[in-house]
Design a binder for this molecule. Structure first.
Ligand code: DC
Length: 215
């Protein structure tokens, strides 16, 4: 454990290439990787499993604070002892997650856990929506990935082959609006973020550009 965790913050909207790029940056730098979106998805999963209405801010906040969450390096996600790796990516959780992520109690608790994770690991590549703006404003490097909306929707619809492009595109637009419009830590570029439009770039080109920025 070091005093100042070396954090590379990678933020951006859904379909911007964040997860793929963040994993690749982690592999190239040897730093551990944390998908903070999976943490918010885990809260939504816990609420749905408990039969709690995602709009019930108090109950969902309590669930988030009491939730036992394990995210080992192999990518599995275990919520209160149940393997939720597959279900947190499913349509029910995806529909509920933006509401849950706008809950201030949930955000405070997830931020606390993210900072604890970075302290424990001496830093890492952290992917999310508010890592460079709020969670680690002193990150050694802040990256904001974006892409044209139709490119992002096309990427997402490849991942969820059972949904039509139109359904994926409208869901993405709805989530963008919720993530950017919420009061608590809305999605936005940090003033000093390195911004990349990934629409026409390969993963390798993006990762190379990011590594060139490392101090
Ligand atoms: O990246 P993702 O689609 O798995 O994120 C799931 C949701 O969690 C998304 O609606 C935005 C939210 N989120 C957030 O508000 N803050 C983060 N640091 C990460 C994700």
């Amino acid at each position: 454990m070091t005093d100042t965790p070396k954090v590379i913050a990678i933020d951006g909207p859904a379909g911007s290439g964040k997860s793929t790029v963040a994993r690749a940056v982690a592999a190239r730098t040897g730093l551990p990787y944390l998908d903070t979106g999976a943490m918010y998805r885990s809260v939504a999963f816990a609420a749905l499993r408990a039969g709690v209405d995602p709009d019930d801010a108090e109950l969902v906040g309590n669930l988030a604070c009491g939730m036992e969450l394990e995210m080992p390096a192999d990518g599995t996600v275990v919520v209160d002892g149940t393997d939720a790796t597959i279900e947190i990516r499913g349509p029910e959780v995806t529909r509920a997650v933006s509401i849950v992520a706008a809950n201030p109690t949930v955000r405070t608790e997830m931020r606390r856990r993210q900072r604890a994770w970075a302290a424990e690991h001496g830093g890492g590549v952290m992917e999310g929506r508010d890592i460079g703006t709020v969670v680690f404003p002193d990150a050694v490097l802040k990256v904001y990935l974006d892409a044209q909306p139709e490119v992002r929707a096309a990427r997402r619809s490849k991942e969820v082959s059972d949904l039509s492009y139109e359904t994926v595109a409208s869901d993405l637009a709805r989530r963008d609006a919720l993530d950017q419009g919420r009061d608590d830590s809305p999605l936005r570029e940090a003033d000093d973020a390195f911004v990349i439009d990934t629409s026409d770039l390969t993963v390798e080109q993006i990762v190379d550009a990011i590594l060139e920025q490392l101090p």
